[in-house]
Design a protein around this ligand. Structure first.
Ligand SMILES: NC(=O)c1ccc[n+]([C@@H]2O[C@H](COP(=O)([O-])OP(=O)(O)OC[C@H]3O[C@@H](n4cnc5c(N)ncnc54)[C@H](OP(=O)(O)O)[C@@H]3O)[C@@H](O)[C@H]2O)c1
Length: 336
């Protein structure tokens, strides 16, 4: 029997997840039914939304029970195809879950990968869903003009890093907010932002004011919670706020919500962003972004770990906000 390494749910819990919530185990190699594909995972994407998906608190995901494979997307390679549109050797991004092999219906295929577009792993980063999220924020919602100031939180991550770099390509002044000195160095020295403020240091709001002398015209919020509240007083009049994610609220029982008064005072326009709205624009985005990546105008940073058995620990690191760059698990070789 060829074994299939999987990560299953061992325990549902509220609040911060724990290593004991996951079980790494072997299952038999799955057999694809007629119309299905057998795929082998190459790079597993670890994303903040998975925390909510496990609890059934995310669109399209039912609450997992003990023994279910953890939800997740991966860059994968088709091993055997029972569908005319796919062939062995094709690379895809698909909903495989956290396992080495998966038998999937074609409705679980998220995108086909053109290996010439960029490094394969970028299909779950800058050339995939996080990049498209950033593109939707910058091109469809925030739309910074030349000289306007855009601020983005979780700026070292795949969404935040792309938001800032795409805004710079439009001529904006870009300031990141991130949770460590190492992250801020990445944001300014590699991504090329104009400035970055570590919000875990004393005096960070004064530093933000100094970095944004005319106020914040666009704020892309990746964090929610108290940081979103704090940002209200830094907005310029008629600012745009793109609300993208709220990991600060995932585990906390104490957070009292966002005070909307200051946003009214600033006459701010607030947008909720859902990346699915931009799926029809994906081919257009991919063409642009793969060119920028090749030319070195779009930079990426991965926080990569080897081996599926290390996925739970790497996911917990993401949940603690300790990832520096796109959190990825290298599950198996790209070829072979
Ligand atoms: N709306 C959509 O359609 C959509 C699509 C994709 C992603 N998203 C959201 O976009 C955001 C960024 O995604 P990403 O993949 O680029 O993530 P990421 O930046 O790699 O990781 C999340 C980051 O959030 C920050 N953070 C702040 N408070 C946190 C807390 N209490 N717990 C954990 N992390 C905390 C941490 O950075 P710092 O240390 O710098 O604070 C952490 O590294 C997430 O909120 C995600 O859910 C939304």
């Amino acid at each position: 029997m060829v074994a299939n390494l999987q990560v299953q749910l061992a325990k549902q819990r509220d609040g911060m997840p724990d290593a004991a919530d996951f079980r790494v185990t072997e299952a038999p190699l799955p057999r694809p039914n007629p119309g299905e594909l057998l795929v082998r995972s190459v790079y597993l994407s670890l994303d903040p939304y998975v925390r909510k998906a496990i609890r059934g608190d995310h669109p399209g995901h039912t609450k997992l029970v003990d023994g279910d494979v953890i939800y997740g997307r991966s860059v994968c390679r088709v091993v055997r195809s029972h569908h005319d549109d796919y062939q062995a050797g094709d690379y895809l991004v698909a909903e495989t879950g956290w396992q080495q092999h998966a038998a999937i219906g074609v409705d679980k295929v998220v995108q086909r990968i053109d290996p010439a577009a960029g490094p394969l792993s970028s299909a779950i980063g800058a050339l995939g869903m996080p990049g498209l999220t950033a593109w939707g924020s910058v091109e469809r919602l925030g739309k910074p003009s030349i000289g306007e100031t855009l601020v983005v939180s979780a700026a070292a991550g795949p969404v935040g890093g792309c938001v800032g770099q795409l805004a710079k390509l439009r001529g904006a002044r870009v300031v990141g907010i991130a949770g460590s000195r190492e992250k801020c160095d990445l944001v300014t020295k590699t991504y090329g932002f104009d400035a970055c403020v570590n919000y875990k240091t004393d005096g960070w709001e004064e530093a933000l004011t100094a970095a944004c002398p005319g106020g914040v015209d666009i704020y892309h919020d990746n964090v929610g919670g108290p940081l979103l509240n704090a940002m209200a007083k830094h907005l310029s009049l008629y600012a745009r706020v793109v609300m993208c994610g709220r990991p600060a609220d995932y585990h906390s029982k104490d957070f009292q919500g966002v005070g909307l008064g200051p946003f009214i005072g600033r006459r701010a326009k607030m947008f909720g962003l859902v990346v699915y709205d931009y799926e029809p624009d994906f081919d257009h985005y991919l063409k642009l972004a793969s060119g920028w990546l090749r030319e070195g105008r779009l930079k990426v940073k991965e926080d990569r770990v080897e081996g599926l058995q290390n996925a739970p620990a790497h996911f917990l690191k993401l949940m603690r906000g300790e990832n520096v760059g796109k959190a990825i698990v290298a599950v198996g070789p790209e070829k072979a």
